[in-house]
Every structure is written in structure tokens, then in C-alpha cells.
Ligand binder design. Structure first.
Ligand SMILES: Cc1cc2nc3c(=O)[nH]c(=O)nc-3n(C[C@H](O)[C@H](O)[C@H](O)COP(=O)(O)O)c2cc1C
Ligand code: SF4
Length: 490
């Protein structure tokens, strides 16, 4: 994973835990109204893909075990991992676009209610993404993938001073291209072709020469609404629309989106489709269910959206009646590491990916609470404009003091913890019961993320080799790691 060049190793924050009485009077463990629902506390586990579904996206007992284990710590809410809305193969990424996924999905709310004794609300993150291919072998890219254009011939002729390239047959041209270095290719291929060669072909929402992309504004709202209908049928308490990273809807929001129709260019145009999706999904939401979204406070890429754009979008989302705004950071694809041939580009491997999931190897700012400022700016401008939409913040928050401080200072309304909840799913409960000293602190060195990167079942280095002799313990595909944290009894 990418690390800031300073590579300062930050010590974990000192943990001062509250007594049970202090916890009881804290903001963190007090209820909060979010849209039509009341959360029992301001603690929240954000979406995380743990790679537990089958390769056909079907439900497994391991999916249930994962969420039931998280629910034992009784967070106010859990958002189930990014779940696809279309019927396209997407490996073990869960899906909700078709009826056949509903029976599996239905098991989750029941399991979470049981494990949390009814305390935890369960939402699900709905995602759409465009086609992304693996990095091709060089020969394959030049034959047959690359569409040969006259500009290639001209550039090659100029580079080699051999006019023959302007007229030679295509096979000879392709053969020659395959022998060039990336530096030489940079003056022959355009930016997108070079990117496809080095990182694998990836569709963009501004590829409007492709019919299915041009028509996304007509198709996406209905696809999201259809998937939302399924998850509501399955008994979820609400839906979080995934408007973050470089996925489909986030890409409409991006400053990179230069579509020439009503859905690209100016911020007003870029937010149009995300608002239309929101409105269409709202139509299928019963009044007691919750509809929120996750979006980027900063894309952290060259020429990408900055906080100003996010603040503008937040106002628009608030005006259209969204129930919560969960703020994330980092677009993650444009600056991702070049993958090996045969592998797909992995989003968390560049500087913008680092910002989403910062590790202890950091710059002077360090990883802890690194992204709170984005949520704060969004919260303050929204509330100045008269909108009281709860704002959810994430990124390196794993202590009671830090979480409580953020709430007390009015910097955000709800606290997310992703990795700290993997490291110790009981930590919220332990803090609440005055047993904080038994919390297993996350080390923020991203072993879990390394597994995610390889699409392996996500576990934590602090517990995945512990108690492997427990009878009937489910293990990962390698047979060497347990899949859920050991149990804890107060
Ligand atoms: C294994 C793993 C999978 C993740 N998957 C998602 C996802 O599906 N959707 C999403 O919005 N964020 C995803 N994230 C990002 C987290 O929700 C969270 O924003 C990030 O880890 C920062 O929070 P933390 O510092 O508390 O870990 C994932 C994080 C991890 C560790
Ligand atoms: S493996 Fe465990 S300790 Fe390491 S970052 Fe992930 S959750 Fe934290």
C-alpha cells in the first residue's frame, strides 16, 4: 500500500476509558434521531467488504456470522458492505438487483437484531460500477484490443522517422507497437490507451460514445430503486447509496466528469443524476425507512473534486431530503498502483486510497481522526443553510476520547469505526460497560486491507490465529485463519 513519503510511524493514541457512569452520560452512547429513526447511540460501523459471499454473490453462513459478530458490540448502526444493483458477475461482491438474492438478504436483519438484542439498526450500501478489466499482457493489448487510428501511424512515423508506418499493414504496426517501452508509447498512444495498457481498460461515465454509458441517466435511477425495493423487502432498516470512490455515481459527481450533456461539466450538472437517483429511491422507501448516502469530502486527485464541491453537493442532498451524509475521502482509482499483468487495478494503493484508510505510517498529521475536518466543514455549512442532516465521519477513530471529543465539539454527529471494529467488535460495548481496558486496539497497519486487496476473506492479525482448536470453528479457505473474532463475555 502507498504511504506518505515522510513515513513517520505514529504511536497509537493513549486510551483513557470512561467508567460505566461516564459512558452513560456521554454523547457517544446517547441516542440520536436520524430521519425517521432513532439510533440507540452515535456509534456506527461503516460498509466493509469482507469477501464472505460465494463467487456467484450468493449468501453464506459466513456472511451472517460476520455481521452477527459485529452486532454483538451493539453499535447504533451497521452498514452492510457495498452490494451491487445489477445482474452482472461481480465475484463475491453481494448483489441485490434480483429476487433470487432476497431470501439470503432476509437472514441478515434477523441475525443482527438477535445478536444486538434489538439495539443495532441495519442498513446496506448499494453500489453501481462500470466495467473494469484486468491489466492485459502487452501482446494481447496490441492485438486485438487496441483500435488502430491514423494518429498512431503518424506518431510512429514521426518517432521513428520511417514513413512506412503510415501505410504498412495493421499486423506489422501492432507487432511494432508491442516492442516499444512505456516511455516510447507515451508519444504514440493517448492517455486513455496508455492507461488501459498499464492498468487495464476501465469505462468512465464520460464515455458517451458507448450507448449504455450515454444512457446511464435513464437507467441508473430505476436500477437503484429496484435494488432498494429488494433490500427493504428483506427487512433492512434503510439504504446507503454509494456515491464515493470512482464508482458510477461518484464519477458523475467528479470534477473529471466532462460529459457534454446535462450530466457533466458544471457542479450543477454533475449532481443532477445523483439527485435523480436519490429521488427515485425515495419513491420506494416507506416513511419509516432511512435513506442516506456516502460521498467524498475530497477526491484527493489532480483536477478532482475538493471540499468546496462536496459542500455544494451536501447542500443539494440536504435540500432533497436525505436522512444522513456519510463523508469519506479519496477517489482511489486514478492514482492507484499499476497492477501486475492479469490483475485488476486495486483502489486503495495510491495516495488518494491512503486517505480513505490511513495507516500509522503517515505524514505529520498522522492517521487518527485525519478526515474529521471534511465532515465538520460539511456539517457547519449545511446547518448554516438551515439543514440539520446528521453527518457521519470516518478515518482512524478508535478511542472513546477521540470519538467523544468530536461529538462534544460539534465536529460531526455520528462516529464510524471500521478497522477498530474488525480488531475488536466488542469495543463499543466494552467502553459502554466501563470495561475499556480490555479493548483490543487496532494497530492500523492494514493487514486486513492486504487481504481485501487480494479478495481474500478479511480477518485481523490480532485474532485470526487464536483459538483455532475451538470445536466446529469456521476457517477461511486456507484453513489457517478463523473468520470471526473470539467471543467476549462481559
Ligand atoms: C476491509 C475493508 C473493506 C471496505 N469496504 C468498503 C466498502 O464496501 N464501502 C465503503 O464505503 N468503504 C469501505 N471501506 C472503508 C471503510 O468503510 C472506512 O471508511 C475506512 O476503513 C476508514 O475507517 P477506519 O479508519 O475506521 O478503518 C472498507 C474498509 C476496509 C478495512
Ligand atoms: S488487521 Fe486488525 S489490527 Fe491490523 S489494521 Fe486491520 S483491524 Fe487493525
Amino acid at each position: 500500500m502507498w504511504q506518505p513519503p515522510e513515513r513517520i510511524k505514529h504511536a497509537l493514541p493513549v486510551m483513557n476509558w470512561p467508567s460505566a457512569e461516564e459512558a452513560a452520560s456521554s454523547m457517544l452512547f446517547s441516542p440520536i434521531q436520524v430521519g425517521p429513526q432513532s439510533l440507540s447511540s452515535r456509534t456506527w460501523i461503516p460498509a466493509m467488504v469482507p469477501w464472505r459471499a460465494t463467487s456467484e454473490s450468493m449468501f453464506t453462513d459466513d456472511v451472517i456470522d460476520w455481521y452477527a459478530r459485529l452486532a454483538k458490540g451493539r453499535p447504533g448502526a451497521i452498514v452492510v458492505e457495498a452490494t451491487g444493483i445489477r445482474d452482472v458477475p461481480s465475484g463475491p461482491l453481494m448483489r441485490a438487483g434480483q429476487e433470487r438474492f432476497v431470501p439470503g438478504l432476509r437472514r441478515l436483519p434477523r441475525a443482527v437484531k438477535d445478536a444486538s438484542e434489538g439495539e443495532t439498526k441495519l442498513f446496506i450500501q448499494l453500489i453501481d460500477f462500470l466495467q473494469i478489466r484486468r491489466r492485459p499482457p502487452t501482446e494481447k493489448f496490441f492485438s486485438p484490443f487496441l483500435h488502430i487510428r491514423p494518429e498512431h501511424r503518424e506518431a510512429l512515423a514521426a518517432q521513428t522517422e520511417e514513413t512506412g508506418f503510415e501505410t504498412c499493414d495493421e499486423a506489422a504496426l501492432r507487432d511494432h507497437l508491442a516492442t516499444l517501452s512505456p516511455e516510447e508509447l507515451a508519444s504514440v498512444l493517448d492517455e486513455r490507451e496508455l492507461d488501459a495498457l498499464l492498468k487495464g481498460y476501465r469505462e468512465r461515465v464520460w464515455d458517451t460514445h458507448l450507448d449504455h454509458i450515454r444512457e446511464l441517466p435513464q437507467t441508473l435511477p430505476g436500477l437503484f430503486a429496484n435494488a432498494a425495493r429488494h433490500v427493504l423487502d428483506a427487512g433492512f432498516d434503510g439504504v446507503e447509496l454509494h456515491y464515493a470512490r470512482a464508482y458510477a455515481v461518484a464519477s458523475f459527481l467528479s470534477a473529471l466528469n466532462n460529459r457534454a450533456d446535462d450530466y457533466g461539466g458544471s457542479p450543477e450538472n454533475r449532481v443532477r443524476l445523483p439527485l435523480e437517483v436519490l429521488a427515485e429511491v425515495r419513491k420506494v422507501m416507506p416513511p419509516d425507512k432511512l435513506l442516506g448516502l456516502r460521498f467524498l469530502g475530497d477526491e484527493v486527485i489532480e483536477e478532482g473534486d475538493r471540499l468546496d464541491d462536496a459542500v455544494f453537493y451536501a447542500q443539494k442532498f440536504a435540500e432533497s431530503g436525505v436522512d444522513f451524509l456519510s463523508v469519506s475521502k479519496g477517489r482511489e482509482f486514478e492514482d492507484a498502483k499499476v497492477p501486475k499483468v492479469g490483475e485488476a487495478v486495486y483502489p486503495f494503493t495510491g495516495p488518494s486510497g491512503y486517505e480513505c484508510m490511513p495507516s500509522v505510517y503517515s505524514d505529520a498529521d498522522g492517521p487518527f481522526g485525519r478526515n474529521v475536518g471534511l465532515a465538520t466543514a460539511i456539517k457547519h455549512t449545511s446547518s448554516k443553510a438551515g439543514h440539520d442532516v446528521p453527518v457521519v465521519t470516518a478515518g482512524g477513530i478508535g478511542t472513546f476520547e477521540m470519538a467523544e471529543g468530536i461529538l462534544q465539539r460539534g465536529e460531526a454527529d455520528i462516529i464510524c469505526a471500521a478497522r477498530q471494529c474488525i480488531a475488536d467488535p466488542d469495543w463499543f460495548l466494552k467502553a459502554r460497560l466501563g470495561k475499556g481496558e480490555s479493548v483490543r486496539p487496532c494497530e492500523y497497519t492494514n493487514y486486513c486491507e492486504g487481504l481485501d486487496l487480494k479478495h481474500k476473506q478479511v480477518t485481523c492479525k490480532l485474532w485470526d490465529r487464536k483459538g483455532l482448536d475451538e470445536e466446529g470453528l469456521p476457517l477461511d479457505h486456507s484453513g489457517r485463519r478463523r473468520l470471526t473474532a473470539p467471543s467476549w463475555t462481559p
